[in-house]
Write a protein that binds this ligand. Sequence first.
Ligand SMILES: *[C@@H]1O[C@H](CO)[C@@H](O)[C@H](O)[C@H]1NC(C)=O
Ligand SMILES: *[C@@H]1O[C@H](CO)[C@@H](O)[C@H](O)[C@H]1NC(C)=O
Ligand SMILES: *[C@@H]1O[C@H](CO)[C@@H](O)[C@H](O)[C@H]1NC(C)=O
Ligand SMILES: *[C@@H]1O[C@H](CO)[C@@H](O)[C@H](O)[C@H]1NC(C)=O
Ligand SMILES: *[C@@H]1O[C@H](CO)[C@@H](O)[C@H](O)[C@H]1NC(C)=O
Ligand SMILES: *[C@@H]1O[C@H](CO)[C@@H](O)[C@H](O)[C@H]1NC(C)=O
Ligand SMILES: *[C@@H]1O[C@H](CO)[C@@H](O)[C@H](O)[C@H]1NC(C)=O
Ligand SMILES: *[C@@H]1O[C@H](CO)[C@@H](O)[C@H](O)[C@H]1NC(C)=O
Ligand SMILES: *[C@@H]1O[C@H](CO)[C@@H](O)[C@H](O)[C@H]1NC(C)=O
Length: 581
Amino acid sequence: MSSPLPTTNLKPVTSSVDRLQVYRALGTTITVVIAFVFIFIFITGGSPQEQLGSIATQQVSESIAPRNDTVVQAFIAELQQATAHARGKDSEGNWFQQSQWNRDYPCLSRTELPQKYSRRNYVRDLAPNPQWRAVLREYAKLHRTCMRKVGNVTAYFMSRNTSIDCQFTVVDTDEIGIGNRFLVIASAVLYSILTKRVVLLAGNEDFIPEGLLCEPFEGSSWRGFDVNRIVTPYRGGENPFWNNSGSFHSRIDEAVCNGTTFDDYAVANMEIQSWVGQPLSRFYCDVEQENYKNVTFMYLTGMLYFLPKLFTVPSFRPVLEALFPDRMVLTSILREVMLPADEVWTRVQRMEQTYLEDRADRRLGVHMRYFGGRETYDWKFRTIAGRVLQCAVDNNILPPIANHTKRVYHETGSASHRITVFIASLYEGLKNNLTETFLRHPTATGDAVKVVQLSSEGDQKFGKLVYQGALAEVLTLSFSDHLFVTPKSTFSGLAQAYGGVVPWFIDWRDNITESGPCTRAQTVDVCFQAPFDYNIKCPYDHERHDKEISKVYPDIQSCLDVDIWGLQLITKNDLSMEQQG
Ligand SMILES: *[C@@H]1O[C@H](CO)[C@@H](O)[C@H](O)[C@H]1NC(C)=O
Ligand SMILES: *[C@@H]1O[C@H](CO)[C@@H](O)[C@H](O)[C@H]1NC(C)=O
Ligand SMILES: *[C@@H]1O[C@H](CO)[C@@H](O)[C@H](O)[C@H]1NC(C)=O
Ligand SMILES: *[C@@H]1O[C@H](CO)[C@@H](O)[C@H](O)[C@H]1NC(C)=O
Ligand SMILES: *[C@@H]1O[C@H](CO)[C@@H](O)[C@H](O)[C@H]1NC(C)=O
Ligand SMILES: *[C@@H]1O[C@H](CO)[C@@H](O)[C@H](O)[C@H]1NC(C)=O
Ligand SMILES: *[C@@H]1O[C@H](CO)[C@@H](O)[C@H](O)[C@H]1NC(C)=O
Ligand SMILES: *[C@@H]1O[C@H](CO)[C@@H](O)[C@H](O)[C@H]1NC(C)=O
Ligand SMILES: *[C@@H]1O[C@H](CO)[C@@H](O)[C@H](O)[C@H]1NC(C)=O
């Protein structure tokens, strides 16, 4: 599964920053043309002659189908039409002042984040996706047009108003960690864009505190639905404001059977007395989605990432395939929609400048999460420390330690490399072990290894400052060339997805005689843990009903045994620059 890395220099990829700025300045048509040229350059990795030699031996990523621009253009036209409907008789007006809005809602990471990814030495950065950007721009117009028209959206909801031709998704979670929280939002954002719904965050400080994420859609806020928590959280049961998706699906059956129609104003993915954590399986069907189109408000809540299953909805697939031929959809959403707010970003910059920005040639990020807390930690951390070191050495990410204490020089006499290991963990055992190991012994290659860990909270905590710190650590991890992650951990998953890297799972199982200390992941995508079904459950879709999802859609596969039960998208371009050593 794992492929060793070279110890020699690889040419860093050229920065994508200038290009990104160019895109912003140019019109859409020119952008698209130029983008294809650049995408070609990206895929071949800079100067073709120079790179061919080193890339020839690596497992070159599968060739990626070209985007179907017809489909994207048609979808953009649909978004524009939705905006026109929302606007109604009103003229477009010039109430939206982009420069003023950007002054009022600054977001440094929007321009500064891309540089952190493009400067990595062992990861090629994601090719720009101008079609996705164009979709986001149109979606932002829909968002601000609707929000301006409805005024107080909570009051609009409570009065069961439908006078404005706009629909909404309200996203919410229970008290869960930042990983799950972000992944539920990312799933709801994609669903909302596909269905042309205005996505809103429920509550106020309790769900996503201010000062954690930037406002993603120019000209309107996604915050502020039900700040006083009058109609949310909704936990099922009798309620004048929401119906459950189960009863909604029953009404669909009745309507289909009797040839009648019906009208629900607001539906929640909830069942009475049961905390389901994800939309029901029938949510991912065309007939059901056709009916959801008439629902003004949808409450999407839960604790599980559900984005991969959106690729099983036949009416969604063409747009998704056209926008994300490489399936790097989560990375695209995180980097464009879920950008860290300035308070978090300055913390990230300070962490980098003070502890990490030493021009390391190679950066390894390690996130170790001990499910079960201190007890698990005490019992497990020595084993885990051993596996982390062995995995890193086996894969040529860290040099082996030398046998003797005399300093050893690399046989070619080449200058030594600087390698930084950044550890995120609630405990310090791994850091102490690695630090001590590299203090006691020189490395066999003469490379210098520096180990950094900036926090050790002990227990998982909640609240604004904790979330800000956690997001800063997720981002810092995501800047790594290589990532070692904890199976099942969505905090780990968030780091790999922001970074766009295929991580290694450190094996947490007791018996690893066959699998070794770690296993390379199969994708950048995170695992949709414990989906209700691994088969399609669409009673009106006789052709697909009860078929296995991963058979019908090979781009969706079971998560690895080393990780956890679930389904995930298989991303197509592994961006890591590796070769057989
Ligand atoms: C793109 O999609 C359109 C509409 O679905 C289809 O007619 C066309 O054949 C597709 N083109 C390619 C190159 O796949
Ligand atoms: C419905 O919403 C619109 C726009 O906010 C408002 O003008 C109208 O008075 C509302 N109607 C009701 C019945 O609340
Ligand atoms: C919006 O309406 C809701 C429900 O009537 C109310 O609780 C809230 O205070 C209003 N918000 C603003 C900013 O007026
Ligand atoms: C629809 O059909 C069901 C039986 O499938 C029946 O119980 C129900 O009364 C019918 N509803 C209407 C509105 O006709
Ligand atoms: C819930 O469903 C009933 C039909 O059973 C419908 O009359 C009502 O308007 C729905 N409520 C909401 C909030 O959608
Ligand atoms: C949605 O509402 C429209 C207008 O009320 C109606 O014509 C249509 O049949 C409804 N669609 C479904 C799937 O019920
Ligand atoms: C680090 O952990 C490994 C594995 O448990 C152990 O063999 C080694 O002695 C530890 N090193 C230090 C310096 O504590
Ligand atoms: C240590 O030395 C022994 C004997 O010279 C050799 O077999 C072994 O591979 C060396 N280990 C490392 C890590 O260099
Ligand atoms: C560990 O795995 C090996 C190979 O699968 C198996 O033969 C062995 O019995 C296992 N040991 C334990 C303690 O489960």
